[in-house]
Write a protein that binds this ligand. Structure first.
Ligand code: ADP
Length: 397
């Protein structure tokens, strides 16, 4: 048995799971939030109990020390030597990283080099890697990239029709995100269908606060909805998804704003929140829409239409589909979203069992009826587990 830490570090947060491998059991999980503040929050979940502490945490190193000391204090590990590997989620791997990689000093430098592509996301991961490497210098550290699974796209799918030099000089292209999740749920769907992954056509719909779809042919991603940044694609909790880029200059002029300010509007004040004017949370919008709130209903309809648009286009690009998979917070829990989307793609011969769909939450379920032309699944995602598996594999444990 090996204990593996799966880590997801953001600019001010540090999320972790300690897993027992190969049984894949979660021993403990937790999160440190508001790092850099006097009132940072440490939440730990152990044996079904959740404990929350507010304390001062100056930086990621302190957060890592807090977590590791706590594992010892609670006798979850007798010594830190029991932790055999640490897997780190890194959002952007650029074109450099096509798969998960052991973090050598050279790899660390390369992660820093591609960070210009994800200035909002990668620095947190880099700080997290540094802090864990200092605390656990003798174990294997592995980087697992959100972009890696999408690196199999063909140029026709990942290139934007813009001056080619933008790609050559600055790497302007579609990279895609949530790759670990798309890979996990598509592998699981193939397994549930009893089909070899290498001979399957699957459309995955990851709907959380951030949301993206992927078209996966024979185990390889051939298209995905997020782009060079997570802003492209379908509307999300606070992101607009794809818009006419000319709107940016138009609003800059009309509202006397900078490009950065308008991009912030598109990233943080659009999507569900922007249209509804109420909330970025799908539960609030479903509740308000049920009570007749026009803009909440509209926010949901815009997103559901765009999801159906992508599924239709991926169906064509894949040359058919064996399965459609719903996952992440909304995909796993919001029955109405799945129902409306499946109704909107009924032209593809998709049929689901509405009663079953209404009953299930967050558990692996086949939602389609036996006469549906495409099988539809709800599969809870598990990025932490994928990170732990890759860490085990690369560390040769
Ligand atoms: P993130 O992208 O931040 O990881 P999540 O995958 O947690 O996001 O998804 C957040 C979204 O999932 C929110 O819109 C929330 O309303 C929805 N969601 C989460 N849990 C539930 C639930 N139990 N019922 C309905 N919706 C849920």
């Amino acid at each position: 048995m090996n204990k593996i830490l799966s880590v997801n570090a953001g600019s001010s947060s540090l999320k972790f799971q300690l897993l027992s491998m190969p049984s894949e059991r979660v021993i403990v999980e937790g999160i440190v939030e508001r790092i850099g503040n006097a009132d940072a929050i440490y939440t730990v979940k152990l044996n079904g109990n959740k404990e929350r502490t507010t304390l001062s945490i100056k930086n990621h190193s302190e957060a890592v020390q807090l977590v590791l000391n706590d594992l010892i204090k609670r006798q979850i590990v007798a010594s830190l030597d029991e932790i055999k590997g640490v897997g780190h989620r890194v959002v952007h791997g650029g074109e450099k990283f096509k798969e998960s990689t052991i973090i050598t000093p050279e790899v660390f430098k390369q992660i820093e080099e591609v960070s210009f592509l994800a200035p909002l996301h990668n620095p947190g991961a880099i700080t997290g890697i540094k802090a864990f490497q200092e605390a656990l210098p003798n174990v294997v550290h592995v980087a697992v990239f959100d972009t890696a699974f999408h690196q199999t796209m063909e140029p026709e799918a990942y290139m934007y029709a813009v001056p080619y030099e933008w790609y050559e000089k600055y790497g302007v292209r579609k990279y895609g995100f949530h790759g670990t999740s798309h890979q996990y749920v598509s592998m699981k769907a193939a397994e549930l269908m009893g089909k070899p992954y290498e001979e399957s056509k699957i459309i995955t719909v990851h709907l959380g606060n951030g949301a993206s779809l992927a078209a996966i042919k024979n185990g390889k991603c051939i298209d995905t909805s997020m782009g060079m940044t997570p802003l492209e694609g379908i509307p999300m909790g606070t992101r607009s998804g794809t818009i006419d880029p000319a709107i940016i200059e138009f609003i800059c002029t009309k509202e006397n704003k900078t490009v950065q300010q308008v991009l912030e509007d598109l990233n943080k004040r659009s999507g569900y929140l922007g249209i509804s004017g109420l909330s970025n949370d799908s539960r609030d919008l479903e509740d308000a829409a049920a009570e007749g709130h026009y803009r909440s209903n509209l926010a949901l309809d815009i997103q559901y239409k765009r999801i159906a648009d992508y599924i239709g286009s991926y169906y064509v690009y894949l040359g058919g589909a064996d399965a459609i998979v719903f996952t992440a917070g909304i995909g796993e829990n919001n029955a109405r979203c799945r129902e409306v989307v499946c109704d909107r793609i009924s032209a593809l011969g998709v049929k689901i069992d509405y009663d079953l769909n209404n009953r299930v939450r967050g558990v692996v379920t086949e939602l389609s009826t036996p006469d549906s032309k495409i099988r539809v699944f709800l599969i809870p995602t598990n990025e932490e587990l994928m990170i732990a598996r890759d860490t085990m594999r690369l560390a040769k444990l």
